[in-house]
Design a protein around this ligand. Structure first.
Ligand code: SAM
Length: 341
């Protein structure tokens, strides 16, 4: 960790200042490659066991690295996790658009991408991540599921290979928050550039609500940033400013923390009662090697990951951060208005 944010009353440590930096790439590789299998625990028990035994591709595990929607009333944790992605995709309103091109920046191992592919069978869904191993897993998983209308690319979503106005809709779940403050204008300019007029950008993400008031609160926030490897998110209103400055119009801005809160509690429980004991076992000579493939290849990383799982709940409880839905639309073309940047 390098930088200390000065805006907070208590210092918050952020992991990197540019997502294009070597520092960011190595942290993301450590998190999603060496430690990536820790996410196998984020599913219903049956899917966890199947993913451990059969691997990501053939397990039926949701393979989605985000909160679940309304877990209290969902049929299962798997169903709640899938529902979050379904909601984002439905908000694109592309069901009746033949041959639509949908972009998912920061698609992880492609779980939400395949949800989108099934909801929009007439569309092509392009997922993107900076982490090469994630794209290999995503590709193998989609192939094993017999899903053909997806592509996965290793690329930085701040500078995509898409032509201007090539994309009909963008959905991003807990991925744009990886963009540091200094690169957020560039991010929204790129989303605006690639969207066709009338196309929507749907974002589900954590946002900052207020600054930390003391060392304890700063530690909760720092735990989440360090353990889940992203910079301090902006507020919902700052996000709106970035997006509208890039020419997008706001359709919806809503705090939905209450919808994901039960799943946040579940994450904290998984951290405390499953990952923590496994991390202790991983330190025992002989057992460590056996647990390495489960994401415990770096003891330091696993420790930070578990701290993030536990502290994210305190971030919600203290009102330091919240979970937000934003829907933006690229306005219909106005004669004389520049549409590429
Ligand atoms: C928490 S995961 C979310 C994955 C996915 N949206 C999901 O819900 O399952 C964040 C993802 O964003 C990716 N990411 C972060 N910054 C990125 C960037 N600048 N370009 C491409 N991918 C990025 C990470 O590699 C990771 O795959």
């Amino acid at each position: 960790m390098q930088e200390v944010e000065s805006k907070s009353e208590a210092p918050i440590h952020v992991p990197y200042a540019s997502v294009a930096s070597v520092q960011a790439q190595s942290l993301l590789d450590l998190h999603y490659d060496v430690g990536g299998n820790l996410y196998k625990m984020w599913a219903s028990p049956r899917s966890v066991i199947r993913a451990i035994l059969l691997g990501w591709a053939r397990s039926g595990h949701p393979a989605q690295l985000h909160y679940g929607w309304d877990l209290k009333h969902a049929a299962s944790l798997d169903a709640a996790i899938r529902e979050t992605a379904c909601r984002a995709v439905r908000l694109l309103q592309l069901e009746n658009v033949p041959g639509a091109k949908v972009f998912e920046p920061g698609c992880g191992i492609g779980g939400a991408t395949t949800v989108a592919a099934r909801l929009l069978p007439q569309a092509r869904i392009i997922g993107m991540s900076l982490v090469a191993s994630q794209m290999a897993t995503a590709h193998a998983r989609a192939e094993a599921m017999g899903i053909g209308n997806v592509d996965f690319r290793v690329c930085n979503y701040l500078s995509t290979p898409f032509a201007a106005e090539e994309i009909d809709g963008v959905f991003a779940i807990e991925s744009l928050c990886y963009t540091p403050q200094g690169e957020r204008d560039a991010l929204f300019r790129e989303m605006s550039r690639i969207l066709r007029p009338g196309g929507r950008l749907v974002i589900l993400d954590g946002c900052t609500k207020r600054t930390a008031r003391d060392g304890q609160e700063a530690a909760y926030v720092s735990d989440v940033l360090a353990g889940w490897t992203f910079p301090l998110p902006c507020t919902s209103d700052q996000l709106k400013v970035h997006a509208t400055a890039a020419g997008l119009e706001l359709l919806q801005q809503e705090e939905v923390t209450h919808q994901v809160y039960e799943s946040a509690r579940r994450i904290a429980q998984i951290g405390r009662y499953l990952l923590q004991p496994l991390a202790w076992l991983a330190r025992i000579p002989g057992l460590g090697g056996m647990l390495k493939p489960l994401g415990f290849g770096s003891a330091g990383h696993a420790r930070c990951f578990i701290a993030a799982c536990v502290s994210q709940l305190s971030v919600f409880d203290r009102g330091l951060g919240g979970y937000y839905l934003h829907v933006f639309r690229k306005p219909d073309a106005v004669p004389g208005l520049r549409t590429s940047w």
